[in-house]
Write a protein that binds this ligand. Structure first.
Ligand code: BES
Ligand code: MN
Ligand code: ZN
Length: 498
């Protein structure tokens, strides 16, 4: 879909999209269109439920004398509540509405709203961003889709006073959208296409944007003593990889970097502690944490963020086989701590144990944030509305939660505490890799914390967020790329140029 900005002017025909505020207060565009159609909008608003709430939409087909093919009215809600997130959602909803109506081209009229915290040009950029995010599709494997099954919208023009300013504001957002799509693509790909080696290859493409990418293979990881990560991968015909990405954007290259670490289990069968067949196909997206870290690096490099950042992704496939690790095996992590593997399906924490240790040991980062589709239990606790957030630093946790509210990628903090940690005591090794059933997401986080030293650290459990079974305004169902926007915002808001 092509998106363009144009200087504000109300077209004489075609398909136009105009806003109506709460309590049916027409925007200037809607007022003028009402006049040009002989009061068609006022008449339409008299009957029906449209109130101008943010979820309200109304299509007027061929109103008035028929000069306009279609006028689409979008509820804007309260003017003084128009912020970046609302504008984004509006853009996404416009795309859905136009596709539902079979529209190919349309012009969106963005009026200034004096009471709104967001000026019109900035709102226009956010509308474009939301539209772009919603128009994403992963359709490369559909060879027999009929024309009438495909989305119709090909061209969206956003008309606003100050089109140039909107375009400027839009540029970095386009970079973020591209990064979100990169992550969505990686997470959507099946596990016969994306496995550790090919996912590492995908990360390597970031070198084109100035990211330094290293890929560690099995022999290097053996030398480093990454027995926890390697144990997970040993049952698979696909060898593990560790991807290390560096973006040096700060004025001073010696500045300690921010660090992001991702769980990249390209397929999680559970291993010898095998998962039930029903729904196992979902486990292709068990590399969502790694996918997000790779996409985040792309976003930061794409918009040339003034900050030093490292991304580390631990990539393995968790398979049962004659070479797979067994329940009861004891492995030695890079930290030197030994782990009794009670359940081979609690593999993500084993991967992260070595990836986290490696990251803090080598880079001495300012902070370290890991993302992982770590536990089914987090879905029981928080559903698909919030990711689970754990942290050893209140400041870092609060900043992540705030970034979540600003981007709509929300995180809810859960506790870490000594009594939970006790559940990990092993009779034979320094720890076991699972607690009992109680507080499964917290004991998983406690496990990770054993591989984190003094550095401020947060763990985000995205098991309920990496994949969506229903459409949301800016996230079509499927891979969400949860965390790319959240962490891009966190970096931009609190750490860039500082
Ligand atoms: N990848 C899964 C977690 C998961 C489950 C993500 C469902 C998304 C949807 C993880 O590796 C796992 O299997 N966790 C186990 C841990 C248990 C064995 C302690 C779980 O949650 O059941
Ligand atoms: Mn598992
Ligand atoms: Zn897993």
């Amino acid at each position: 879909m092509k998106i363009e900005f144009a200087e504000y002017a109300i077209p004489k025909g075609g398909v136009v999209v105009a806003g109506v505020m709460e309590d049916k207060v027409l925007t200037p565009a809607a007022t003028e269109l009402d006049r040009r159609t002989g009061g068609a909008i006022a008449r339409a608003l008299k009957s029906g439920r449209f109130q101008g709430r943010a979820s309200d939409r109304l299509d007027l087909v061929g109103p008035g004398d028929g000069a306009y093919e279609r006028i689409v009215l979008m509820g804007l809600g309260k003017a003084k509540e128009r912020d970046a997130l609302k504008a984004q959602d509006l853009g996404g909803n416009i795309v859905a509405q136009l596709n539902a109506g079979g529209v190919a081209k349309a012009t969106v009229l963005v009026d200034p709203m004096p009471e709104a915290p967001l000026p019109a040009a900035a709102a226009a950029a956010r509308i474009a961003y939301g539209a772009r995010l919603r128009a994403y599709r992963f359709d490369k494997y559909r060879t027999k889709e009929k024309e009438e099954q495909k989305p119709t919208l090909t061209e969206l023009t956003i008309a606003v006073a100050g089109a140039k300013a909107a375009e400027d504001a839009s540029r970095p957002l386009e970079q973020v959208a591209d990064a979100v799509f990169f992550t969505r693509d990686l997470v959507s790909e099946p596990a016969n296409i994306i496995y550790p080696e090919t996912l590492a290859d995908a990360a390597r493409t970031l070198t084109e944007q100035g990211v330094e990418v290293e890929v560690l293979g099995v022999s290097e990881m053996k030398r480093l003593g990454m027995g926890a990560l390697l144990g997970v991968g040993q049952g698979s015909a696909r060898e593990p990889r560790l991807v290390v990405m560096q973006w040096q954007g700060a004025a001073n290259r010696a500045d300690a970097p921010l660090a992001f670490v991702g769980k990249g289990v390209t397929f999680d069968t559970g291993g010898i502690s095998i998962k039930p067949a029903a729904g196992m196909e979902d486990m292709k997206w068990d590399m969502g944490g790694a996918g997000t870290v790779i996409g985040l690096m792309k976003a930061l490099a794409g918009r040339k963020a003034k900050v030093n950042v490292v991304g580390v992704a631990g990539l393995v496939e968790n398979m049962p086989s004659g070479t797979a690790q067994r329940p009861g095996d004891v492995v030695k992590s890079m930290s030197g701590q030994t782990i009794e593997v009670i359940n081979t399906d609690a593999e993500g924490r084993l991967v992260l144990a070595d990836a986290l240790w490696y990251c803090q040991d080598r880079f001495k980062p300012k902070f370290m944030i890991d993302l992982a589709t770590l536990t089914g239990a987090i879905i029981i606790a928080l559903g698909h509305e919030n990711a689970g957030l754990f942290a050893n630093s209140d400041d870092l946790a609060e900043r992540i939660a705030a970034a979540g509210r600003a981007t709509g990628e929300r995180c809810w903090r859960l506790p870490l505490a000594e009594p939970y940690d006790k559940a990990l005591a092993s009779d034979i090794a320094d720890m076991k890799n699972v607690g009992d059933r109680a507080a499964g997401s917290i004991t998983a986080a406690q496990f990770l914390q054993r591989f984190v030293n003094d550095v401020p650290w947060a763990h985000i459990d995205i098991a309920g967020m990496a994949w969506s079974k229903k459409d949301a305004p800016t996230v079509p169902k499927g891979a969400t790329a949860f965390g790319v926007q959240l962490l891009n915002h966190l970096v931009q808001e609190y750490y860039e140029g500082k």
